[in-house]
Design a protein around this ligand. Structure first.
Ligand code: NAP
Length: 544
């Protein structure tokens, strides 16, 4: 089968100093990178994957903190491309934990013999476009190099972990880590005075898991979050049979919903029904597992406005009912952003933790963390002595992992400079001046596996189309890119995801320009848009 490389340098050429050549280089062996590798290899392309970690899994490799798990139904997060895989793999829990998720991705890598195309412990330092040869040259921190006609960044959207630049961390006498870089050998927390900074989805999963093990737990909260009960359970044999029989239906449902989750909004407005019926629906959904209470509720709850605030009141009361001390409860009740404007953390015993004698909630909104001291954390009000600090402080989302690689396109243009005022791309997939670079991490919407599968398939079809028509270069037109940026800015004004200071808009990182980092459109709209672009001969892109 013909490919794009002319084999001037065979894949084993490193020994004589020349960089090995591939049709495509993929950065990242997580959910997206593995599938992109599978697809391109299926079409006969030569592919090299570089992965920073020592194993596959991406998010599910790094986030091995206690309690890390899917917050949407495990079976909706499965790859859909292989019936055999769907038949073989038994999810053990409705919301599967990190160890099982990592096992699943390892199983996929082995089943499809993907591992031999991956170089592990290979952190990409730079990717430089060679305009003369029209190839990307990728440099690994340890000096390894490879060249590829295409470069696909499957680097995830929440992979560049963010550690606030607290002074004094190097003086801390205890141990510390970030949830997104939890050590493989674990953290020794037994009987220790442990501090957790942050109360986002990671902390909300972690805190109830460690509370029994630690001596004293101090939670440093800047912004209270709306959290809802996960209600996880084991999958028994009968459920297993039902899931397997229902896969086509599960994937069909996911393909029709805005965020590619299995839940469909109630088409009624919250005001179409009586107050009694409204409350009864809120309660019924609250008793259900997973995101139903968020994504199967009255449609206008997920729009800024009165219905959203009505539901926010309901959730605030649910929080108050769980926490015994009214002052602590009020601290845990969010009042400064609308419900659903941040990703809803799903909890398993989170609020109950604050009823325990060995747990202290510290408000670092009114008295911010000033510095790390040798003995612990100093806020504007007091010093807290700690043996361990866990930073659950989130991620420099979407653009962060790209900006941490020195990506240089045509005429020496650096992607991070081009992105200085927020992302500039066409549909999140490509950026003008960076030919054959597919930033697929930026294009996903909602349920990550469902979203990324369709993008990977689009990119694969695009590369196959180029081979068929003997094109060697693709990039968006500046006009298409400008149009997309205007669309993102305009369409994101009135959606819920833009209303809070969260990673959705880059507002969790000091100095990061505020802009919606993913598409403002629903998953079906994005899929249809991409399909139309392809059907029109990749309209908005130039190929030569
Ligand atoms: P996050 O939601 O961004 O939360 C970070 C937390 O750290 C926030 O509470 C933040 O406070 C706090 N923080 C940051 N800088 C601080 C500072 N200087 N001082 C005090 N507090 C500070 O991060 P995350 O919890 O890791 O979650 C990120 C995303 O990952 C989620 O939204 C979700 O999409 C995904 N996730 C998914 C799952 C799952 O179940 N599948 C689990 C975990 C995470 P502020 O809110 O005040 O900024």
């Amino acid at each position: 089968m013909s490919s794009f490389t002319d084999r001037r340098a065979a894949p084993d050429a490193q020994s004589d100093g020349a960089a090995p050549e591939f049709d495509a280089i993929i950065i990242g062996a997580g959910v997206t990178g593995l599938y992109q590798l599978y697809r391109l290899r299926e079409l006969g392309f030569s592919v090299q994957v570089f992965e920073d970690a020592s194993g596959v899994g991406g998010t599910w490799y790094w986030n091995r903190y206690p309690g890390a798990r899917f917050d949407s139904e495990s079976y909706s997060y499965a790859y859909s491309f292989s019936k055999e895989l769907l038949e073989e793999w038994d999810w053990k829990e409705h919301f599967s934990g990190q160890p099982e998720n990592e096992r699943y991705l390892n199983y996929v890598a082995d089943k499809f013999d993907l591992r031999r195309h991956v170089q592990f412990n290979a952190r990409v330092a730079s990717a430089i476009y060679d305009e003369h040869d029209k190839r990307w040259e990728v440099h690994i921190e340890d000096g390894r190099r490879s060249r590829g006609r295409f470069l696909v960044t499957a680097v995830g959207i929440l992979s560049a972990h963010y550690l606030p630049p607290f002074e004094g961390l190097d003086t801390f006498q205890g141990s510390w880590c970030h949830t997104g870089r939890w050590p493989k050998e674990g953290m020794d927390l037994a009987g220790k005075r442990v501090g957790v900074v942050g109360t986002g989805a990671s902390a909300v999963q972690l805190i109830p898991e460690i509370v029994d093990e630690v001596g004293q737990l101090t939670v440093f909260q800047r912004t209270a979050n709306y959290c809802a009960p996960l209600r996880n359970s084991r999958i028994d044999d009968e459920w297993q049979r039902r899931i397997k029989a229902a896969y086509p239906e599960i994937f069909r449902k996911c393909s029709e919903t805005p965020g590619a989750f299995v839940h469909q909004f109630d088409p009624r407005s919250a005001w179409d029904v009586s107050e009694e019926e409204r409350l009864s629906q809120y309660e019924a959904l609250w008793a259900e597992p997973g995101f139903k209470k968020w994504l199967a509720n009255f449609y206008d709850i997920m729009m800024p406005g009165a219905a959203n605030e009505d539901y926010a009141r309901f959730v605030r009361d649910k929080i108050r009912a769980r926490v015994h001390d009214p002052e602590v409860a009020e601290l845990l009740v969010p009042k400064d952003h609308p419900f659903g404007s941040k990703r809803l953390p799903l909890e398993s015993g989170y609020y109950d933790v604050f009823n325990r004698d060995n747990v202290l909630l510290v408000d670092v909104r009114t008295a911010p963390i000033a510095r790390v001291t040798p003995a612990g954390l100093q806020t504007a009000a007091a010093e807290y002595e700690l043996d361990v600090i866990i930073f659950a402080t989130g991620f420099d989302a979407v653009t962060g992992p790209l900006n941490r690689i020195n990506i240089i396109g045509e005429s020496g243009l650096a992607l991070k400079d081009k992105y200085a005022d927020g992302p500039r791309s066409y549909m999140g997939i490509q950026s003008a001046g960076f030919p054959n670079l597919f930033t697929i991490n930026s294009a996903s919407v909602g349920n990550f596996v469902r979203g990324s599968e369709s993008i990977v398939e689009w990119v694969t079809d695009c590369i196959a189309y180029m081979r068929e028509h003997e094109y060697i270069r693709i990039q968006p037109t500046p006009q298409a890119e400008d149009g997309w940026r205007e669309h993102v800015i305009e369409a994101s004004q009135n959606i819920l995801r833009s209303q809070a200071n969260s990673w959705f808009v880059g507002a969790n990182i000091p100095g990061k320009p505020r802009m919606l980092l993913t598409s403002p459109d629903s998953a079906p709209v994005m899929r249809a848009r991409r399909a139309e672009v392809a059907a029109n001969g990749y309209e908005g892109f130039t190929m030569d």
